[in-house]
Design a binder for this molecule. Sequence first.
Ligand code: C5P
Length: 208
Amino acid sequence: MRILITAGPTREFIDPVRFISNSSTGFLGYELAKAALRRGHKVTLISGPTPLTPPKGVKFVPVITALEMRAAVNRFYPSSDCLIMSAAVADYRPAAPVGKKIKKTKEILTVRLKKNPDILLEAGKKKGKRILVGFALETENLIANAKEKLRRKNLDFIVAASLRGKNNPFGDKKSHFVIISREGKVKKVVCDKRKLSNIIIDNAESIH
Ligand code: C5P
């Protein structure tokens, strides 16, 4: 398969040197790319800023903002058989980014935010025969919320992780994940990201 993988956070600029972002490490997306390469798939990795080195053999497309990531996905999606959207796309961006560095003169500074496009939702509307995989991080109602996302975004399966209690799905440690299929099958796994990546590629191959 030609597999398109997105990874890492995006940065949404307030001014030329300040941005809003999130805690994504990009680790899962890069592990997914390695797992897919090991199985002989052709891999394009679209990545937000991370300190990780792209695996040898991928077509690497670095991006910074959500809008850049959307443009890159739109460019490679038509020629892909599978999209694995593991990037933590920022949901909002500053509505009116300032061209010059903001001075610290105001006691209270307000930044208005505008909703970013949902890249996966857009991809789901033109799914065709492609396999679509999404992720969900939730603090409550993990399975119900993940199932709703799976349906709304027209996915083949979704990988959900809880942000509750001690479970920390960021980085490379073992944590709890739930994989939910389009047919509603729910599989719980406890593993690290390398193992999780193998399971995700297995699942995509079994649908293809
Ligand atoms: O709706 P929520 O952000 O929880 O959905 C997460 C899934 O949607 C992830 O797979 C993420 O990569 C994708 N997403 C996206 N574009 C956004 C926000 C999330 O493609 N603007």
